[in-house]
Design a protein around this ligand. Structure first.
Ligand code: UD1
Length: 450
């Protein structure tokens, strides 16, 4: 059965107390709405519609970055969840199959849960609602069941005391044939306590038309909706706990997993060791056997097999480190390739550069890649030796086995096998050091007497 996703993301998110639309807040470095869309990919949707309203432009722009990008439907006025779903009608024109309604602020609905909902649809239920046993049912809508049949959903505001006593609650996630869903929504009114068009009303309407409805249940944790900063932090903690467990499960060693932070797309190979207090931003791949030492920060980079990174290393977007490379303390690498076995062990900045295999970059080396307006590349060949405290003023190219003298400012290319020496010539004055020191000490002694 073909499926489509309708992801509601028009809410105000007032309780986030943020200038950013609620669904753009991130968990694991990915906006909340993208998590919702990602959980729906298990259904291999033919179409995905994101219903935007508050902050539509910003949400739309972020959605463009997804592959595939969802269609956007704008809900001008926020008149309720049924009204929000109705906005997706045009984008689903001509679509035949099941529509799944998801929520842009609910990132953890599992693919398995959605598959179970699809199975319930395939078993012949016209409307399938995702419910959960709530520890504290609070203000959730309540599912009124009769055996396996879902008779109606009653919103807390409209519920009678005996209905409020029900603990089976509505997650809001719904699956139905798309045409049926829009037909049912057409019949939804807003004569209720909130004066809103409730999506939940489609259940009673379906039943009154002799259509069957049922509930599939999931763990309450899956239904966590993020509407405050506290919930956002809770969602991040859940995400991190899962990511750490997955990493351990595939053979990654972490001495203090609770101090390691992953992004939604971090890929770590087998037998990688991650020391305490390491942060992965989006877009990182680490190959087997590498070691990421304590207090390192990595984003948008690739770390080759058996490489050793850190402690205190910073790998920024575009850092491509070959196998067996070494990047030590207080080294920053951006948009640069390090060939296999290359080393930059101490206090260095390498940006917009290529460093050949086995080349050694001495302590304090800087690729001066920026003139305040333009950026330039530094290219260093294989087996080169860059002396400590070399300033490589880009654009500059150094051949294989080239050397630079420590403290040099290199502004011209160095051919293969050449030595670049660019520093003031030293003068040595016999005995002058000791004489100056004696004078200074004498001056100090005279001062303390007087
Ligand atoms: C809804 C359900 C409730 C369920 C709860 C689970 C209805 C009527 N009630 O209540 O049964 O227990 O979710 O969290 O559906 N939205 C829009 N446009 C709108 C209205 C809402 O995009 O016009 C989006 C919001 O961004 C939000 C979501 O839909 O993410 C839920 O809307 P909200 O009004 O907060 O519904 P609840 O009161 O939580």
């Amino acid at each position: 059965m073909a499926s489509a996703l309708i992801v509601l993301a028009a809410g105000l998110g007032t309780r986030m107390k943020s200038d950013l639309p609620k669904v753009l807040h991130e968990v694991g470095g990915l906006p909340l709405f993208a998590h919702a869309i990602a959980s729906g990919t298990a259904l291999e949707p033919e179409r995905t519609v994101l219903v935007v309203g508050h902050g539509a432009e910003a949400v739309g722009k972020a959605a463009e970055g997804l592959d595939p990008a969802p269609a956007l439907a704008v809900q001008g006025e926020r008149l309720g969840t049924a009204h929000a779903v109705a906005q997706a009608r045009a984008a689903l024109e001509g679509f035949e199959g099941d529509a799944f309604v998801l929520y842009g602020d609910t990132p953890f609905i599992s693919p398995e849960t959605l598959e179970r909902m699809a199975e319930a649809r395939a078993a012949g239920h016209a409307v399938v609602v995702l419910g959960f046993k709530a520890a504290d049912p609070g203000r959730y809508g309540r599912l009124v069941m009769s055996g396996d049949s879902l008779e109606r959903i009653v919103e807390f505001k409209d519920a009678l005391p005996e209905e409020r006593a029900i603990t089976l609650c509505n997650s809001g996630v719904v699956a139905a044939d798309a045409t049926t869903l829009f037909d049912l929504i057409d019949a939804v009114g807003n004569d209720n306590a909130a004066g809103e068009y409730y999506l939940t009303d489609i259940v009673a309407i379906a039943r009154s038309r002799g259509l069957s409805a049922t509930a599939v249940t999931c763990d309450e944790a899956e239904t966590l909706g993020v509407d405050t900063r506290e919930r956002l932090a809770e969602a991040e903690a859940i995400f991190q706990a899962r990511a750490r467990a997955e990493a351990l499960d595939i053979g990654v060693t972490m001495q203090a997993p609770e101090t390691v932070f992953f992004a939604h797309d971090t890929v770590i190979g087998r037998d990688v060791v991650i020391e305490p207090n390491v942060v992965f931003g989006p877009g990182v791949t680490v190959e087997s056997g590498a070691r990421i030492r304590a207090f390192s920060h990595l984003e948008g980079c690739h770390v080759g097999a058996r490489a050793v990174i850190g402690p205190y290393a910073r790998l920024r977007p575009g850092a491509e480190l070959g196998n067996d490379t070494r990047v030590g303390n207080f080294v920053e690498i951006k948009n640069a390739i390090l060939g296999d076995g290359a080393k930059a062990n101490h206090l260095t900045y390498i940006g917009d550069a290529e460093v050949g295999a086995r080349t050694n970059i001495g302590a304090g080396t800087v690729t001066c890649n920026y003139d305040g307006v333009f950026k330039y590349r530094t290219v260093i060949g294989e087996d080169a030796f860059i002396g400590s405290d070399t300033m490589l003023v880009a654009p500059v190219t150094l051949g294989d086995r080239a050397m630079t003298a420590s403290g040099s400012v290199i502004t011209k290319d160095i051919p293969a096998g050449g030595l670049g020496l660019g520093r003031a010539v030293q003068e040595t004055k016999e005995g002058l050091g000791a004489r100056i020191m004696d004078k200074l000490r004498a001056r100090k002694a005279a001062k303390s007497k007087g």
